[in-house]
Design a protein around this ligand. Sequence first.
Ligand SMILES: Cc1cc2nc3c(=O)[nH]c(=O)nc-3n(C[C@H](O)[C@H](O)[C@H](O)COP(=O)(O)OP(=O)(O)OC[C@H]3O[C@@H](n4cnc5c(N)ncnc54)[C@H](O)[C@@H]3O)c2cc1C
Length: 404
Amino acid sequence: MKKIAVIGSGAGGLITSSKLAKDLYKEIKNGEVSITIFDKRTDQEFQPGYLEVAFRGTDPSKIRRPIDKLISPGVQVVHKNIEKVDLAERYVKTEGDGGEKVDFDYIVISTGASPDNDQIDGLKEANMDFHTSANKSSLIYNQVSKIKSGRIVVGIGGVPYKCPPSPNESAFMLDEYFRKAGIRDKVEITYVTPFTRIYSAETINEVIAPMYESRNIESITVFNTDTVDSKKKEITSIEGETLKYDYLYLTPPHKTAGFLKESEIVDEDGWVKVDKKDMHITTYDNGFAIGDTTNIPISKAGVEAHLEGIVVANNITGDINGTGRAYKFTGRTQCSMETGFHKATFVVGTYDRPVEKIQPSTMNYMEKKVMEKIYWSSLHGHYEWLFKHHFKEDYFEHQEPIAH
Ligand SMILES: Cc1cc2nc3c(=O)[nH]c(=O)nc-3n(C[C@H](O)[C@H](O)[C@H](O)COP(=O)(O)OP(=O)(O)OC[C@H]3O[C@@H](n4cnc5c(N)ncnc54)[C@H](O)[C@@H]3O)c2cc1C
């Protein structure tokens, strides 16, 4: 019996387990393979929807689904978090005093990344973020819908964080909201970023910088948030600049899952060190990590987690059925950036191709909306035919098996 453990039932963990369950259906039925997914969460949220909740008032329940509806047949679920992973001895331990040791032959770590307001002095007391949960995002809308005037500061509080365009989107969505409310002239929107441009990739910056200008969104670049004073309502940068705010919706720097920090498979910041092509943990052949929890130098986003999960599932299946590890991740990124008023652009690139220059359009916005509609089904692997068609040669590289 080959035991596969998947840690984390988010975007990456779910597609990996679904794909494995589909491709190893016979082996599971014959008792030769088992797949177990570990996560104490009993529901999942469509995280890109946090923006809609925070800035358009979407009901949080609309972007949430029970985990049991998202797990594919053949996959067992353990609603417990993992507190220790030992790759050499091939076991994980579930959280708590009665925590159990569970053996595995293959492990896929997909524990994501989460906002860490504590990294910046004073941020927790002052900030409301839209990267933590749907419920927390809805607190922003409660506040936004009461604003009559004042200065809102949004932007990048620190790196890394998930979905690189999301802080820019918050500025565009607030601009749309207050224009529609007829009080845009009374509300200042200021965007801060540690980068030298409004968007770090030059091609996308060329697209959105003029839009910031025409929408009257102030931008402050090379602003590395150092401290926030919630009493004085001031935010100060390492560079020595101090800004007054009335409302603060910064994207905090993100952290890795706590238990990983103790393990030897992570870099100094806690991100799992992987081969950027086949996603195997660099020091262990039988372990893989995908999605936001890895240290690979691309954006932390769902599309990447999904495509990496497909590669890893194909390679584990190849190992088990003897065809080898023949699949590689291309580094394909695709993050939508809504620019307001039913338009969006996309941040698209690969390991080999720099980020493209894509103008905002209604078609892009519609594509984003289609993705929202098919998201939950896509976690079962129902839309791989569409993704294969859409991503073409970026879907994955398939070549001679990699010797392991
Ligand atoms: C505002 C916002 C907008 C976004 N927009 C986009 C977008 O337009 N396009 C895009 O591609 N992506 C977008 N994303 C990013 C996307 O949602 C994430 O990158 C994606 O969910 C990453 O998948 P993952 O599996 O790595 O992590 P997650 O989906 O976060 O799942 C991680 C899971 O691991 C579990 N876990 C953590 N610790 C443990 C443990 N110790 N034991 C067991 N389980 C554990 C967690 O409970 C969680 O369920 C956006 C995110 C946000 C917040």
